[in-house]
Design a protein around this ligand. Structure first.
Ligand code: FAD
Ligand code: SF4
Length: 339
């Protein structure tokens, strides 16, 4: 039994102070990931700081810029069924509804979803080595069982993927994460929030110790007319993505005006290639240009013993997601049947 202190701060300032004073402190929100990590003995916090009673973090508000600001304690269910999200950001609603189960989405918070840890089997098994869990011990996934692992942006120290669906849509929508911490407030562009493993796979994000994610801000542009979230997995429901694709397009007749494409299940962070996106601008919206884009995005992909199939799967998924989005046929129609 690992003993830990438990704190339930009344406001953000107190929560930041509690965390800053204790390097072993961890925040807890819905607990759907962290409690599992405690049970598996992966996380051994000296202090748990419960964020769930903090005021002002559980609302979705319109911003002066025409977007939405989603508080860190808003649940995944509340986002997915918010009328403004359904109307302007159906890509986000669709991605969230493709994740987990209704019960989990009722408990899972926006902040916790951003900060959830990888589902790499070795990471959860304290009987094995793992550079992410214990830096310097090695990465057994590289020569071991790696069906769910990364094909893009991995390092010799870690080939884990980020498991979130919501974050893939937020990457495509170019959201911003607002945080507050011991050194004040800052805003982090979504593309810079999660990091690649490099030499430090134990660090998932650019959040510093003691910083709390307080909100996610969506810009006005929601790609509501031409979007798709396509999630491919071993089961139709209640499974993490092997490959997922979030697409938002602005169409200009039969040509692409603007393209946003983010991939999930393939890297340590939601994967975007802005040069490839820019290259699609002005191109005809057809299978040839979408396949060329997929090849460009996947040019640096590397497969391991059990996950090389993901390269071809991702290529086909990109082409299908772009074709659906261009035609205005969102994958969310399917999601509504299975949620
Ligand atoms: C069986 C199962 C299936 C799942 N399937 C999917 C799926 O298909 N797709 C998917 O996307 N997700 C899936 N999930 C993951 C689920 O979405 C996450 O567990 C959930 O979003 C985490 O939110 P939480 O509020 O419960 O976080 P917690 O468990 O409370 O916290 C998770 C982490 O976030 C940190 N944290 C929480 N809030 C903040 C904050 N505001 N600021 C800073 N740090 C914070 C905590 O310290 C902790 O490290 C699944 C989970 C389970 C258990
Ligand atoms: S892939 Fe990353 S999380 Fe998985 S065993 Fe290797 S170091 Fe650990």
């Amino acid at each position: 039994m690992n003993r830990f202190a438990f704190a339930r701060p009344a406001d953000l300032a107190e929560a930041v102070r509690e965390a800053a004073a204790d390097p072993g402190a961890r925040f807890i929100a819905g607990g759907t990931n962290l409690v599992d990590l405690l049970k598996y003995d992966v996380e051994r916090p000296s202090r748990l700081i419960d964020l769930t009673r903090l005021p002002g973090l559980n609302t979705i508000e319109e911003t002066a810029e025409g977007g939405l600001r989603i508080g860190a304690l808003v649940t995944n269910t509340e986002i997915a069924h918010d009328a403004r999200v359904e109307k302007t950001y159906p890509l986000l609603a669709s991605a969230i509804l493709a994740g987990a189960s209704p019960q989990l989405r009722n408990a899972a918070s926006t902040g916790g979803n951003l900060l959830q840890r990888t589902r790499c089997y070795y990471f959860y098994d304290t009987g094995t080595a793992c550079n992410k869990r214990v830096p310097g011990t090695g990465c057994p996934a590289i020569g071991g069982v790696n069906r769910i692992h990364a094909i893009l942006g991995a390092s010799e120290h870690c080939i884990a993927t980020h498991p979130s669906d919501m974050c893939v849509a937020l990457a495509a929508l170019a959201a911003t994460v607002h945080v507050t911490g011991p050194e004040g407030e800052r805003a982090i562009p979504f593309a810079e929030f999660h990091r690649l493993p490099g030499d430090h796979p134990e660090i998932d994000t650019t959040l510093r110790h003691g910083e709390i994610a307080v909100a996610v801000e969506l810009p006005a542009q929601g790609f509501a007319s031409h979007h798709t979230y396509l999630k491919l997995r071993d089961r139709l429901s209640y499974a993490f993505a092997l490959v997922s694709v979030a697409v938002g397009l602005e169409m200009d007749g039969g040509r692409v005006g603007q393209a946003r494409i983010a991939l999930g299940g393939v890297a340590h962070k939601p994967w975007r290639d802005t040069a490839a996106e820019d290259g699609l601008r002005g191109q005809k919206a057809n299978a040839e240009s979408f396949a060329a884009l997929a090849d460009q995005i996947l040019a640096s992909a590397v497969g391991y013993a059990h996950n090389a199939f993901k390269i071809g799967l991702a290529r086909r998924a990109i082409v299908r997601a772009l074709s659906q989005a261009a035609a205005g046929t969102p994958q969310s129609q399917t999601d509504k049947r299975i949620r």
